[in-house]
Design a protein around this ligand. Sequence first.
Ligand code: IMP
Length: 198
Amino acid sequence: MKVFVATKNSGKLAEMRAIFAGSVLELETYDRYTDVDETADDYIGNARLKARALYEQLQEAGIAAAVLADDSGLEVDALGGRPGVLSARYAGKNVSWHERRQHLLRELENVSNDQRGGAFMCTFVLIMSNGTEIDAVGTLPGMIAPKEHGDSGFGYDPIFIPKGENRTFGEFSFDEKNAVSHRRRAADNLLAKLSSKE
Ligand code: IMP
């Protein structure tokens, strides 16, 4: 099934393409996709806003197709779940990713290693060409490293250590991350839901 993806984040798109490769979903991008404001207060609400926006934009262009959107974020226990749904805008809209990670490390400056738990969260919303919606969630527990390590991936990857590992995602290869990530987990859940509907 051909599916248009509602994202302008090249890091996410590359991972989604790799994760869904060989599945029943063939990912496509729509150059004229116009991003929406993420005004919902949870991941599923924001993923729905993005998916419905692209679905409508395609319909207006005369294209009746399925769409897929994801909303994701990093939840830090010691910060009561922040930055969470606001992860992309944490520490300000126009700051660099290095600055955003440093801001988070400063907020956790006096937090000991055993209190630095958190999780990456991902929610997918798939809208089929007939308008039916399916959603799925993936969670990956881990901890926030005391400092940055590695420069693979994107966003918070250099400061996130998945549970049971001693390296950050910044030190994982692209394929290693995609085999275990929150996005992988959400994708597996989505594909399982999809196949149980067939
Ligand atoms: P949104 O889903 O567009 O709201 O953006 C989510 C934000 O969460 C991204 O811009 C990243 O900052 C962060 N994030 C989500 N997934 C990942 C990941 O796999 N690695 C690093 N950061 C991530």
